[in-house]
Design a protein around this ligand. Structure first.
Ligand code: ANZ
Ligand code: ZN
Length: 804
């Protein structure tokens, strides 16, 4: 027997698998299909991180097990390769983003291949490949043709450092998610995708999928459905000011109104406003703030009263003032509110500051001292037709009343905003639209796709916020596909999230030039069966891709309403100190170093053993050494191998239990306890001092999904069977052989628990009772008493009934 040498056997088996094509999925197979998916990586300049192999190995374990169970498995990989980091790096180092991206992909590929993940490399895709983004552009055109892509002047998040528009999701705590710089508002004409048209279905269809509760909850909160009413307030300017409220029951307590600084009525009313300068100054201040800053509850309330225009409470007839304040957002509801200081905290603080009346309309708090908000069970007061009702009753009554009188109507609102689908940057998919003075926005002919991203000399963002493509006048100036007149190409590019919104479909048929995937391939693969990815993508990629998929479903392009049947999420791998790995903390572990020192099998085994898959786990060098030792113990089984075509009787229980446990645990994300049960089995074998061929073959098959290289080597060296381990059927267990050999039973005296005993699982009644009576505590308890009854419930308890 040779010494265990992973650096020799690992590349050897990787080559053999690739040559034999054992991980290539077939689009025409009689086997049942299984589609496992991990989030394809963004090939960053840092190379692979030890966090990457955690999900890759987990679904590799599942995929390898599925193949052994007889499935035709699709487990693909590709590159999410457009985006800012490469572009920023390119600008800094004066290399073309394409060049640096391709270099990064090559490095990532080599690193991932060294791990022996059973990806089907023949289906590798890259979002920057024109053959791929042809179809990203094609889907965009279908969205446009169906009225779901539109251009709109709007206030957008603008990163002062990236000089780029950001989606709401990319603004975290008021700063740019990527660079940490301040985010301000800027008005720009933007391409938008109408994801809001799918808001309700994105909530409802969560019932169709198997996602963790925390993922479903986050998506629902992000979509933010609320039920309320829109109410019209007459104003002295003549226009009706419409508000959205979730509490129309508090209408009698509305003592003033607030419009957002961007509300269009301010322009409309400009000539009526006596303090226009102060209003304008306030608008300018507000434009500098992020939504996050503006709506923070703790923030000091500011605002300016609109002098010259007033509103009338439609129920009380009272004249009430109108303010502008930045705590009301232009992008939610109608951009205007009725303020009820007695029952809303922000309104209360504002009212105190500006000395506005506070009228209690729900009994129960002391509204002069603080807002009484937790009032769902309260009784209405000072509320005319609503007096004496519960809040719940009042909500229904007032909505009916608003509708009867035409003052307002029921309304459902969503927090979800339409998706800003454009960046003023170079490194992205060109948007295949031209602008013609006569015809407006016109899609380019589908036969002209892909619209290839032109080579440019300078890919720096421009200071005026236009895309670098705008400087390429030759490319920009074109003819209108509709009227043949002069037209200009759109120069913004698509956001990072475009390519990842449908990539899982491309894997089904990655080389198709006629369509994004053939109908046959789509019908065959149907849907992703198991998708694992990071929690940080819950409200971004996961929501976006569900939206695109639903759209494709609606236009008859895909067979299912939902893209992913099941979703799971892994925890992060932290540094040894329990902190996030980062260069600045100096705690980054490079997977290449681990592979070189210990081998890929050890890294894989350790990544699966490190802890609860769904939770964050700190890296540990001691832990990795332990995993390496375990693999060596497995390797050394070759030296105690004896003949034998069947598992020996005295080993049956241990082996069948291990098969059952590993099988169950893999399906339930309990990779760590699956490995622990193999370690326990190893101890049983060590105690026995030998292992026979049948036993080693089962052990090898169970360990194979975790440590595929070393198991193939032992399988072939010890001639355990035909072909590769990968091609063997997954071991089956016999339930009757899984019984625990020792069980714990309870011993009662007169029905009260007095002792617990470990007994043989198949113990007979007489023996169980004899053992129970012999136990010290029981013997003392029944000593000198009259035993009137002895009961044995098999596998559970002995009860001794005594008298005297
Ligand atoms: C009166 C009222 C009384 C309100 C009360 C609340 C409590 P959700 O549940 O998040 O949908 N609102 C409406 N539009 C707004 C905007 N553009 N910017 C800031 N706030 C806005 O919240 C709906 C509530 O948030 C609405 O109901 C409105 O205040 C406020 F005791 O109206 B409410
Ligand atoms: Zn035209």
């Amino acid at each position: 027997m040779n010494k265990y040498n992973p650096s020799e056997i690992e590349p050897k088996w990787q080559k053999k698998w690739e040559e034999a094509g054992v991980f290539h999925a077939s689009n025409t197979s009689d086997k049942p299909k299984y589609y496992a998916l991990i989030e394809f990586p963004y090939p960053s300049g840092q190379g692979l991180h030890v966090g990457h192999p955690r999900p890759y190995t987990a679904l590799d374990v599942v995929s390898r097990k599925r193949r052994m169970e007889g499935y035709n498995v699709l487990y693909p990989i590709g590159w999410d390769a457009f985006g800012l980091p490469a572009e920023n790096y390119a600008i800094k180092n004066h290399v073309h983003p394409e060049e640096i991206t391709k270099k990064n992909i090559a490095r990532f590929k080599q690193q991932i291949q060294s791990l022996g993940i059973s990806f089907d490399w023949s289906r590798e895709i890259s979002t920057i490949d024109p053959k791929y983004y042809k179809w990203t552009q094609w889907i965009f055109l279908q969205l446009f043709k169906n009225g779901l892509a539109y251009k709109k002047e709007m206030s957008v998040n603008w990163c002062t450092s990236c000089k780029c528009v950001l989606a709401n999701e990319e603004v975290v705590n008021g700063v740019c998610e990527r660079c940490g710089s301040e985010v301000i508002h800027k008005v720009k004409s933007q391409w938008m995708l109408k994801i809001t048209a799918y808001a309700q279905r994105l909530i409802d269809d969560l019932d169709l999928v198997d996602y963790p509760d925390r993922v479903k909850t986050q998506q629902k909160n992000w979509i933010g459905r609320s039920e309320g009413a829109e109410v019209d307030f007459n104003t002295t300017a003549g226009d009706k000011l419409t508000v959205y409220t979730t509490r129309p029951d508090t209408l009698y307590g509305a003592t003033y109104m607030v419009v957002s600084p961007e509300h269009p009525f301010i322009e409309k009313w400009a000539d009526k406003l006596q303090n226009l300068d102060a209003v304008r100054a306030y608008q300018a201040e507000a434009a500098k703030k992020s939504d996050f800053e503006r709506t923070e509850v703790a923030k000091d309330k500011t605002g300016v009263r609109l002098e010259g225009v007033e509103a009338i409470n439609p129920l009380t007839g009272t004249t009430i003032p109108i303010f502008i304040s930045d705590y009301v957002l232009v992008s939610y509801g109608t951009g205007a509110i009725m303020a009820v200081p007695a029952h809303d905290t922000r309104d209360w603080e504002f009212a105190k500051k500006f000395d506005l009346p506070i009228i209690e309309v729900v009994k129960g708090g002391d509204v002069q001292k603080e807002a009484f908000t937790d009032c769902d069970t309260g009784i209405m007061v000072n509320s005319g037709i609503l007096d004496g009702m519960t809040v719940e009753e009042a909500k229904v009554r007032i909505k009916d009343y608003l509708e009867e009188t035409g003052i307002g109507h029921r309304k459902v609102n969503y927090k979800l905003r339409d998706w800003v689908f454009a960046r003023q940057r170079y490194w992205g998919e060109p948007i295949p639209i031209v602008h013609c003075e006569k015809c407006g926005y016109v899609p380019i002919d589908e036969s002209e796709l892909p619209l290839v991203l032109p080579q440019v000399d300078s890919y720096e963002p421009t200071d005026n916020g236009e895309s670098p493509l705008s400087k390429m006048t030759d490319w920009v100036n074109t003819t209108c596909p509709k009227c043949g007149g002069k037209a200009m190409r759109e120069t913004d590019t698509m956001p990072q999230w475009a390519g990842s919104s449908w990539y899982f479909l491309r894997y089904m048929d990655p080389h198709n030039d006629e369509s994004f995937a053939s109908k046959e391939a789509l019908n065959y693969w149907h849907q992703v069966d198991w998708y694992n990815g990071g929690m940080e993508h819950t409200t971004l990629h996961l929501l976006y891709s569900r939206f695109w998929h639903k759209f494709l479903y609606d236009i008859g392009q895909v067979p299912t309403a939902e893209p992913y049947a099941k979703r799971t999420s892994h925890g992060m791998i932290l540094g040894e100190n329990g902190e996030k790995m980062s260069k600045s903390r100096g705690n980054v572990v490079n997977p290449d170093d681990v592979v070189n020192e210990f081998g890929a099998d050890t890294l894989r085994l350790y990544e699966m053993f490190i802890g609860d898959f769904e939770k964050a786990a700190p890296w540990s060098n001691a832990g990795i050494k332990g995993c390496r030792r375990f693999i060596e113990r497995y390797w050394n089984l070759q030296s105690i191998l004896v003949d034998g075509e069947a598992i020996r009787p005295e080993m049956e229980n241990s082996f069948h239990k291990a098969i059952k446990k590993v099988s169950y645990d893999i399906e339930n994300l309990k990779f760590n306890t699956a490995i622990a049960s193999l370690m326990a089995l190893m101890n049983v074998i060590a105690e026995k001092g030998s292992i026979n061929k049948a036993e080693l073959s089962v052990f090898t098959m169970l360990l194979n999904p975790f440590a595929p290289h070393v198991t193939e080597e032992v399988w072939s060296e010890m001639k355990l069977g035909e072909g590769m381990v990968t091609e063997q059927p997954w071991p089956k267990y016999d339930e009757s052989k899984c019984k625990d050999d020792v069980i714990e039973i309870v011993v009662q005296v007169n029905g009260k628990v007095r002792a617990r005993l470990c007994v043989a699982a198949d113990i007979q009644k007489d023996d169980a009772i004899a053992l129970a009576k012999a136990e010290d505590r029981i013997a003392a308890e029944i000593n000198g008493k009259n035993v009137v009854k002895e009961i044995y419930v098999p596998g559970k308890l002995v009860n001794i009934v005594v008298k005297g």
